[in-house]
Write a protein that binds this ligand. Structure first.
Ligand code: SAH
Length: 249
């Protein structure tokens, strides 16, 4: 059996209980070494074979999975955060389906949520933004035209950019082109929940300059929006003058 496990954003105790159990049972672990905290591998049992997929192609990963599955071994494919976001997991799942190899997916805490907890913020605030756009700047991986940052920026909703911290100048230009004002707040979270996490608070107009000065150009999320500011309306749910199914005025 193959288990795709979300490793969480970095801190070793932010993997799920279920994911930790699979790690402890694994005969083979294939982990995404560029981002997964290697300290998680301390949970592996003696004799567990460990592969770092940063040095492997898709075919090599599949070959390890296939051989292990034929022997009835337990394989954990450990992906950073949650595997459903920029996880390269679909191509693996499709290949396993073709080969009739059984697999399961165990969710993880995305760095998206690790970063919000580090910032002690809320992505969705009444009367500010009720929508979160998860996207990335175009790099070597193309992004559909309709999803360009400038296009998405027109919504002025909260936006989280993955895989874009090496492209800060372009991000800034696109956000401005899309209509964000230069003073809209931006937070950059480098290695959220890792011991060497860094937080940078800046604004759309100063993003590129601030990131250059900080030296952050990888493993970071760029969070944009007025939810990082001071203004918002309080919730209706806990408003004393507002009846809910559980609480009458
Ligand atoms: N599936 C992962 C994302 C993988 S894509 C998840 O759910 O988090 C890799 C990108 O994720 C990185 O370039 C960076 O933008 C972001 N990332 C992953 N871990 C991070 C962390 N601990 N802190 C900040 N950003 C992180």
């Amino acid at each position: 059996m193959i288990y795709f496990v979300g490793a969480g954003p970095g801190a070793v105790d932010l993997i799920t209980v279920r994911g930790q159990r699979y790690l402890e049972q694994a005969d083979v672990i294939i982990y995404a070494g560029s981002l997964v905290n290697p300290a998680l591998l301390d949970a592996a049992k003696p004799g567990c074979k460990i592969y770092n997929s940063a040095y492997m192609t898709l075919e090599e990963v599949l070959a390890v999975m296939e051989e292990a599955a034929q022997k009835g071994a337990v394989v954990v494919r450990l992906h950073t955060g949650d595997s459903s976001l920029y996880g390269t997991v679909r191509e693996q799942m499709d290949a396993l389906r073709e080969r009739d190899i059984a697999f399961e997916v165990c969710p993880g805490v995305s760095s998206l949520f690790g970063a919000a907890s580090s910032l002690q913020m809320e992505y969705t605030l009444p009367e500010v933004s009720q929508t979160l756009i998860i996207t990335r700047e175009e790099g070597r991986t193309p992004v559909p035209k309709k999803e360009s940052i400038a296009e998405l920026a027109s919504h002025q909703s909260t936006m989280v950019l993955f895989l874009s911290s090496g492209l800060a100048k372009k991000v800034q230009e696109d956000l401005l082109a899309g209509g964000y004002q230069p003073d809209v707040p931006v937070a950059v979270v480098y290695k959220a929940t890792w011991p060497d996490e860094k937080i940078l608070c800046t604004s759309v107009g100063k993003l590129a300059e601030a990131m250059e000065a900080s030296g952050i150009d990888k493993m970071a999320l760029i969070i944009v929006g007025e939810v990082l500011g001071e203004q918002y309306a309080k919730s209706k749910l806990y408003d004393a003058s507002f009846s809910t199914a559980y609480r009458k005025v």
